[in-house]
Design a binder for this molecule. Structure first.
Ligand code: NIG
Ligand code: FE
Length: 404
């Protein structure tokens, strides 16, 4: 019966679709078989067939679905603390990037690091996320910018999954920046590295989705569209860094390709929100980058909400714009800076983040059929997850993914 568990004595924020008030169930029991939830509800109405399962008492604690970080660049070498100092001295992110710093400085460090070194450095960040109840992490390439270096990043990502009980979802982000060896030849870079490498990486099973940086210091919407077409031809879903620093109409482009998500969106024009909403693309909001860059242009959260756009929250963990390995900090910032509610923040790192990763119903909810990946907290009320800063509120994670 070891693969059949009954968790009792808990309050569960089930985060089920359509449920109000976190889908909270008091005095809850959660029955699990073969790694999946088979029943959840008030303990007093537990069907007899589950009463035989091995019981585990959760001491009255709050339980949520394990959290999901649906946008990270957590594999990289080194750091960009010097650029942090430069920005505090008045330089902008774009100025630093144009002067050869920014993404390209992390590319140099990452190319120069060994596979094992990348694993060690990235594992620290992954462990920080796991320590906050995270069970699923999306990881992008984008600091290699050669076919081999991009593939190596995604091999590191796949390897991390064998070291910890987490699910890693990979994203091909070779269209992150034009590397120095292709300066002035962005279209050749797209053909020879981004698209050619995508085919190769996909052939090796390294790619779950395809992303790009649609920006004046990245790639134009027309260039991104070429990448999206290549992804579509391979049957891979797309997503986009859209409208982070300026309005490039990237979110609308992502909708045209039925993308999973458009991410950042500070400069998404309110008048584009209705069209964006009809596309069904999830808006991934990244308050850590907004905060780190001292941005003042807010994403149009009210308009997104009014038009029923599904919103997710992520850390954007990266050395340049969001040196944050804390999903709870991202949730806090979503509330304090973007005026999202704590319930929206939790939905944004559970059910809605699962949608971004094509895992709707599998992760991010406590409901029959979903994987029994849960977080047990030392707090009473779900809003506390967005309220406290620091304090390590996780009691423990429940995982049914075979631990090593
Ligand atoms: O999501 N904007 C592009 N990509 C990252 C930043 C990467 C970097 O600066 O190293 C982002 O903010
Ligand atoms: Fe990013």
């Amino acid at each position: 019966m070891e693969n059949r568990r009954l968790y009792v004595q808990c309050r569960a924020a089930t985060m089920q679709s359509g449920a109000k008030a976190y889908g909270l169930i008091e005095d809850c029991a959660i029955a699990v078989s073969e790694g999946r939830v088979v029943w959840t509800g008030a303990q007093e109405s537990l069907p007899a067939e589950y009463a035989q399962f091995t019981q585990e008492d959760l001491g009255g604690r709050l339980v949520t679905p394990a959290l999901i970080d649906c946008h990270t660049h957590l594999i990289f070498s080194g750091n960009r603390a010097r650029e942090f100092e430069m920005r505090l001295g008045g330089a902008s992110y774009e100025e630093i990037a144009r002067a050869g710093g920014g993404i390209i400085s992390t590319v140099k460090a990452t190319r120069g690091a060994s596979f094992d070194d990348l694993v060690t450095q990235s594992l620290r960040r992954l462990d920080a996320l796991i320590g906050e109840g995270v069970a699923v992490v999306e990881i992008k390439s984008g600091y290699g910018l050669t076919i081999e270096d991009e593939m190596r990043m995604l091999r590191v990502a796949r390897h991390l999954e064998t070291l910890r009980p987490v699910k890693i979802v990979t994203t091909w982000l070779a269209a992150h920046a034009v590397p120095p060896e292709y300066k002035g030849r962005a279209d050749a870079y797209l053909d020879e590295v981004v698209i050619a490498g995508l085919k190769q990486a996909h052939g090796e099973g390294l790619v779950d989705a395809v992303d790009g940086f649609c920006e004046q210091i990245g790639f134009s919407a027309a260039q991104i569209e070429r990448v999206f077409i290549a992804a579509r031809d391979l049957g891979l879903p797309v997503k986009l860094h859209a409208e982070q620093l300026s309005d490039q109409k990237g979110a609308i482009l992502t909708g045209k390709y039925q993308g999973l998500s458009a991410d950042h969106l500070e400069y998404l024009a309110p008048e584009d929100v209705p069209a964006f909403a009809t596309s069904g693309v999830v808006a991934v909001l990244l308050p850590g980058a907004y905060y780190t860059l001292n941005e003042t242009q807010l994403p149009p959260v009210d308009a997104l909400r009014q038009h029923g756009v599904v919103m997710a929250i992520a850390t954007d963990c990266n050395p340049g714009t969001s040196p944050i390995s804390s999903i709870l900090t991202a949730m806090n910032m979503a509330c304090t800076q973007f005026a999202m509610t704590p319930e929206e923040a939790l939905a944004g790192t559970t059910r809605n983040a699962a949608k971004v990763l094509g895992l709707l119903g599998e992760y991010g909810v406590i409901a029959p059929g979903a994987r029994a990946e849960l977080a047990v907290w030392n707090v009473d009320y779900p809003a506390e997850l967005s309220y406290w800063m620091g304090g390590a509120p996780l009691h423990h994670r429940i995982t049914h993914k075979a631990a090593l």
